[in-house]
Ligand binder design. Structure first.
Ligand code: FES
Ligand code: FES
Length: 214
């Protein structure tokens, strides 16, 4: 066995060259850190200077229930996903997730929309109202919500927030509907428990409550 392993000059640990093993290891770690940092910064720089074609800003501001909310949004993300899973507004329900049931209905600039079929990015600069935004600041229920409570209009109530939002939106354009007009106005909402007659009675009561308050 040789007394000493031959080491190339550039990494020799011979004392006369003034570098200890500890110094060598420090140097290697430092060099790795520098090159990693350089790589990371390079990536950031490249991204900053050359946004991908069709890229959209991810950090957006939404106006939800009168409040400005900053949220990180993917370009293909739906408003229902953003509201429920990023802003914690779980009163908006997801039923079909494909524009069939209305459970996800919210108001966008006072018009009812299926939030499962609205891309969040398209709702920037608009007023979004969810079921959580209907009650007054002191906790007093919206007249339509109160009508539902008065008439106990729903069974499991999974569909309830969507029906209420659709009704509130409809009453903005027709505040004094007949029963059949309201039924037609909210016909984009489905109830799996199928107690439509009772639901309609509750929502008509809500419409009457609203007229009394106006
Ligand atoms: S969940 Fe949006 S329409 Fe059914
Ligand atoms: S009350 Fe159950 S889905 Fe409508």
């Amino acid at each position: 066995m040789p007394d000493k392993i031959n080491v190339p000059d550039e990494i020799s640990m011979d004392k006369p060259r003034g570098a200890s093993r500890r110094d060598l290891i420090k140097g290697v770690i430092a060099a790795g850190a520098v090159s990693s940092t350089a790589y990371l910064f390079r990536t950031t720089l490249v991204r900053a200077q050359q946004p991908a074609a069709g890229a959209v800003e991810r950090l957006v501001t939404l106006t939800v229930n009168g409040q400005q909310r900053r949220v990180d949004v993917m370009k293909q993300e739906t408003l229902a996903t953003t509201l429920r899973y990023k802003l914690g507004l779980t009163g908006t329900k997801l039923g079909c997730d494909r524009s069939e049931c209305g459970a996800c209905t919210v108001l966008i600039d006072d018009v009812p929309h299926y939030s499962c079929s609205v891309l969040t990015h398209t709702a920037r600069d608009k007023q979004i109202v969810t079921i959580e935004g209907l009650a007054a600041a002191d906790g007093k229920l919206h007249p339509v919500q109160q009508g539902v409570v008065d008439e106990q209009g729903f069974q499991c109530a999974f569909c309830m927030s969507g029906f209420i939002m659709a009704t509130v939106g409809f009453l903005k354009v027709n505040p004094n509907p007949t029963r059949s007009e309201l039924a037609h106005g909210i016909s984009g909402n489905l109830c799996r428990c199928q107690d439509y007659d009772k639901i309609l009675t509750a929502l008509m009561q809500g419409a009457e409550n609203l007229r009394k308050e106006s």
